[in-house]
Write a protein that binds this ligand. Structure first.
Ligand code: FAD
Length: 263
């Protein structure tokens, strides 16, 4: 594969997408500069499922083994009815993923995946990531593309990748006026220390409950140190977690371990 890039590629957003794009470009010898609006990376998020096709890509980029180690053993999953818990489907033997698809099926804490990507990108180039810069505008300037940030600084690059999430400023500038629209699909997530998980759930730790317009999945993370919970449902009113009313789902947890969001 050949590239005709004279300068670095600018990547807007240091989420999973932006960092994976950065590591991929570095892998092929293309210098990158990643710009992230957050002032610092914090341990945020909960469980993320990395299926074998994604693990194959991460293996190719050299970070698959470290991720598999952090994920720990993958258990067999069960799909149950939300109405009466009856078994609807049983997942394959977890060991069969490697023989059939060439890579394991991993459940990771998002922070472990994110931290591993940050480490790999920065090992390749310690100056690759700049925090605390929010992209406002993008301009074409001859063969270059110029990223303009809210602190009035600018960066000229050979190409620019918009990896700035669902409410992408890059998409808005390039395609004009396409703001993200709320669909009513809401995910509520929580992390529970394994020591506080009821024994009946520990005996049946990896289950997806499906029902009409809602689902709930729980599975262990970090070698069964933590139980990850993700509930999905339809909510017609937007962003209940932005207020402090008694209906706010964030109040379900008082220790700050649970977050709500519509990602
Ligand atoms: C904080 C956070 C926690 C999450 N937790 C989970 C989880 O627990 N489980 C799960 O399955 N998924 C989670 N997700 C979602 C999942 O990581 C992403 O939806 C998916 O990986 C797609 O990633 P992305 O890189 O395309 O976008 P995102 O993950 O949304 O990342 C976009 C990045 O771009 C930055 N950004 C946005 N606008 C600008 C701008 N104008 N200038 C500069 N930077 C900008 C954001 O701060 C963010 O870091 C989380 C996402 C975030 C941002």
């Amino acid at each position: 594969m050949t590239f005709n890039l004279d300068g670095p590629v600018a990547i807007i957003g240091a989420g999973i997408g932006g960092l994976t794009a950065a590591l991929s470009l570095q892998h092929f010898g293309v210098p990158v500069r990643v710009f992230e609006q957050a002032q610092a990376f914090r341990e945020v998020g909960a469980g993320v499922t990395i299926t074998p096709n994604a693990m194959n890509a991460l293996n190719f980029l050299g970070i698959g083994p470290a991720l598999a180690e952090q994920a720990g053993e993958t258990l067999q999953y069960f799909v149950r009815s939300a109405a009466d818990s009856r078994e609807l489907e049983r997942g394959p033997d977890p060991g069969s993923f490697v023989t059939e698809f060439g890579a394991p099926y991993c459940n990771l804490h998002r922070a472990d995946l994110h931290g591993t990507l940050v480490g790999a990108v920065c090992r390749n180039d310690p100056d690759a990531i700049t925090l605390g810069l929010r992209l406002d505008d993008v301009e074409q300037d001859g063969d270059n593309v110029v990223a303009r940030f809210s602190d009035r600084s600018a960066f000229a690059a050979s190409a620019l990748v918009g990896a700035d999430g669902g409410a992408s400023a890059v998409r808005n500038v390039v395609f004009g006026g396409q703001t993200a629209s709320y669909t009513g699909h809401v995910a509520l997530r929580a992390l529970v220390p394994y020591t506080r998980v009821p024994p009946a759930i520990i005996e049946d730790p990896y289950v997806l409950y499906v029902g009409a317009g809602r689902s709930l999945i729980h599975y262990p993370l970090r070698s069964q140190a933590t139980m990850n919970l993700l509930g999905a449902c339809l909510m017609t009113s937007r962003s209940p977690c932005e207020n402090s009313s008694p209906q706010c789902p964030r109040r379900i947890c008082s220790n700050g371990a649970c977050e709500t969001g519509s990602r």
